[in-house]
Design a protein around this ligand. Structure first.
Ligand SMILES: O=P(O)(O)OC[C@H]1O[C@H](O)[C@H](O)[C@@H](O)[C@@H]1O
Length: 433
């Protein structure tokens, strides 16, 4: 991954960051890098995630998924960090796989039922993922999926792989039914676990090249160094932090590739859950090029100056020519391809933001393949860890999310949780029909 921060400079944009400020910030980056390196060396909670390219064992993952390696469809049952890494990888690389991958990460009953009715269950693999093994949505969906298999006369124990922590209800269940299972590595929070079994089981079932994903990530790890000017991931993390401090309180992630739409969801969790603490943090927004040029671009170019726009581009990819037409006004399209049109749309949008003095950054991939994707995921994780050091927050916890999880459990009678009492205390000012 290369990063171009030229359009975030104060000479182009407002808010923007001057070259001198970046050089001053680079001293903090050097300190933060020392902290990150020490955390990685000691395998400290969270920092350990940056060691995954060396720690994840692709052979173990492939061996474990062997019983379902021929699946026509794959259902990942998980939520948040236990679903978005797998979904990002399988969606980005879907064109290369014959296995249809879906993610049951919500408990909307109609949506869950529609999926289960449609899937060829006798040839569907189930990938259940939960670090804690207690997340209500995941466990509930798993029970529903099991029942659907039973109703269809399919032995779910033959079709299920479990990835969870060393202990907990899901671990117990997998032991009771002797299910093939893998562990969420210690010290790796869910949103940083895409490059462990958490994201890679789905990649393996879909037949993707696990080694290439890891070596792309390892190449990105090689660039981590004491200066943002030598490390694309740190350049991104430091620039985002500096812009937030100057008023770009939001960060719109805009890939120019349909296959990276879920990547923006993954990024949103990473950025929001890691940095949203102590009244700090940059709000991630999700958009897609070129589609959202025709909906959100007006706001990005002419609305409040509170946004950084992050583009993700890919140099190469499948292309398709646009057929010629005898309609004179459309003749120019017949000389181009859809890929050229997409590139032109990206360049025009980037230039239009710069011309309006709106900060934007480019993340450049050579193509969307395993290697580049591994680099992108790792690079954004490292950017986030660096930003967390610069903000001075605890990047790897998520107490605000845990609060609502306890309240939900309390409401469903899953134990005594004082958080559930707050639900009854809601203030009301109703306006009725
Ligand atoms: O993997 P699990 O324990 O099921 O957790 C799934 C998700 O649950 C919570 O909402 C956390 O905030 C997320 O960080 C986590 O990824």
């Amino acid at each position: 991954m290369d990063v171009d921060i030229g359009n975030a400079l104060a000479s182009v944009a407002s808010p923007g960051v001057s070259r001198e400020s970046l050089e001053r910030l680079d001293e903090q980056v050097a300190d933060a890098h020392e902290r990150i390196e020490a955390g990685m060396a000691d395998g400290e909670h969270g920092y350990e995630a940056l060691n995954l390219p060396d720690r994840t064992d692709p052979d173990e993952i492939r061996r474990t998924v062997e019983p379902v390696a021929d699946a026509e469809a794959l259902v990942t049952v998980g939520i948040g960090g236990s679903a978005l890494g797998a979904a990002t990888i399988t969606e980005a690389l879907a064109a290369e796989s014959d296995t249809e991958a879906i993610s049951l990460d919500n408990v909307d009953p109609a949506w869950v039922s529609n999926h289960l009715e449609r899937l060829p269950l006798e040839n569907t693999a189930v990938n259940v993922v939960s670090r804690s093994g207690t997340t209500a949505e995941t466990l509930a969906n798993f029970l529903v999926v099991r029942e659907a298999f039973e109703d269809a006369g399919v032995d779910w124990t033959e079709r299920t792989i479990v990835t969870t922590g060393e202990s907990g209800p899901l671990r117990d269940l997998s032991e009771r039914h002797d299910l093939p299972s893998l562990s969420v590595p210690d010290g790796v929070p869910g949103r940083f676990s895409a490059l462990s079994a958490v994201g890679m089981v789905a990649a393996a079932v879909c037949g993707h090249d696990l080694e290439a994903l890891l070596s792309g990530a390892a190449a990105e790890a090689e660039t981590l160094s004491g200066s943002l000017f030598d490390c694309p991931a740190y350049a991104y993390g430091a620039t985002s932090y500096a812009l937030d401090a100057r008023g770009a309180r939001m960060n719109a992630m805009v890939p120019y590739a349909e296959s990276l739409e879920t990547y923006s969801e993954w990024f949103a969790q990473l950025w929001a859950e890691s940095l949203g603490k102590d009244d700090l943090g940059q709000t991630p927004l999700r958009a897609l090029g070129a589609t959202d040029q025709h909906s959100q671009l007006q706001l990005y170019r002419a609305g409040p100056r509170d946004k950084l726009v992050t583009f993700v581009t890919s140099e190469e990819g499948t292309d398709r020519s646009i057929p010629e037409t005898d309609v004179e006004d459309l003749a120019y399209l017949g000389d181009a391809t859809l890929g050229e049109l997409l590139d032109a749309e990206f360049e025009a949008t980037e230039a239009s933001l710069a011309a309006a003095g709106r900060p934007n950054v480019r993340l450049e991939l050579e193509r969307v393949d395993e290697y580049e994707l591994g680099g992108l995921l790792y690079g954004m994780e490292a950017a986030c860890v660096l930003a967390g050091e610069l903000y001075g927050v605890n990047t790897f916890e998520q107490p605000a999310v845990e609060w609502a999880k306890k309240a939900t459990r309390g409401l469903l009678g899953g134990g005594e949780f004082e958080e559930a009492d707050a639900v009854a205390e809601k203030s009301e000012l109703r306006v009725e029909r």
